[in-house]
Design a protein around this ligand. Structure first.
Ligand code: MN3
Length: 251
């Protein structure tokens, strides 16, 4: 628990109108995101996450041969559902206005509890992750402006996949690999531990995520066991490049 969080909670506890006081505090700072000192490259066009778990955009067996149906079912209905449930508990306890996008909280996550950080990240990351996938496709690759930007930044799609794969393979323990856009509008590859992500003010890598890969063991262990590299290699076949490209073009 950060000292900032303790003081914030103490403030809430001391105030008979805690929720009102906090909401005034937020509006006094203007919108939570623009002109923020964290300098996250946060694009309002990419706000999409609310606090409720959204329906999976395909059936559990849609990614079969890459991610098996049982893994998808447990991952979505147990792991991810629990992040959403715990996030809402944290939001209630910390007087967060859940009618506003979750991204607002992530950008100032250092001011909230570890429960908010872990479950807010967990919920956001998984909501994005499901959208980043679709049924297996041959010769699956980005097209258009995103393909051109990837070639320009990483020299080729093959080199991009190698670097992104390395980010996932080299993440020790649990975490995520990301393709994100930084404040200078440059495509970047990075990874974050646990359920952190580039939107968070505490993150070592900062920007707007375009594509995320879950490398927690729960994402692949039933089918791949210890072979994370095989999971990553197969995962390229189910990446929804249309979705990633749409995000890129909205920036
Ligand atoms: Mn997961």
């Amino acid at each position: 628990m950060s000292s900032k969080y303790k003081s914030r909670r103490a403030f809430i506890a001391d105030s008979a109108k805690g929720a009102i006081a906090v909401s005034i505090g937020l509006s006094a700072a203007g919108s939570l995101i623009p002109n923020d000192t964290t300098a996250n490259n946060y694009s309002k066009h990419l706000i999409f996450t609310n606090y409720d778990q959204q329906p999976l955009p395909y059936k559990y067996d849609a990614l079969e041969n890459v991610i098996d149906a049982m893994t998808m079912e447990i991952h979505y209905s147990k792991h991810a559902a629990t992040y959403a449930k715990n996030l809402k508990e944290a939001a209630a306890a910390e007087a967060v206005d859940v009618s506003k996008p979750l991204e607002d909280v992530l950008a100032k996550i250092s001011k909230f509890s570890p429960k908010m950080r872990n479950n807010g990240g967990g919920h956001y990351n998984h909501e994005l992750f499901w959208q980043c996938m679709r049924a297996k496709k041959d010769n699956n690759a980005p097209t258009g402006k995103l393909a051109a930007a990837i070639d320009k930044t990483f020299t080729s799609f093959a080199e991009f996949k190698k670097q992104f794969g390395d980010a996932g393979k080299n993440r020790f323990g649990s975490g995520w690999a990301w393709l994100y856009v930084d404040a200078a509008k440059t495509l970047k590859i990075g990874s974050s531990p646990n359920q952190d992500n580039p939107l968070m003010d505490i993150s070592d890598i900062k920007g707007t995520p375009l594509l995320g890969l879950d490398v927690w063991e729960h994402a692949y262990y039933l089918k791949y066991q210890n072979k994370r590299a095989d999971y990553i290699e197969n995962w390229w076949n189910v990446v929804n490049w249309d979705f990633v490209q749409q995000r890129f073009e909205k920036l």
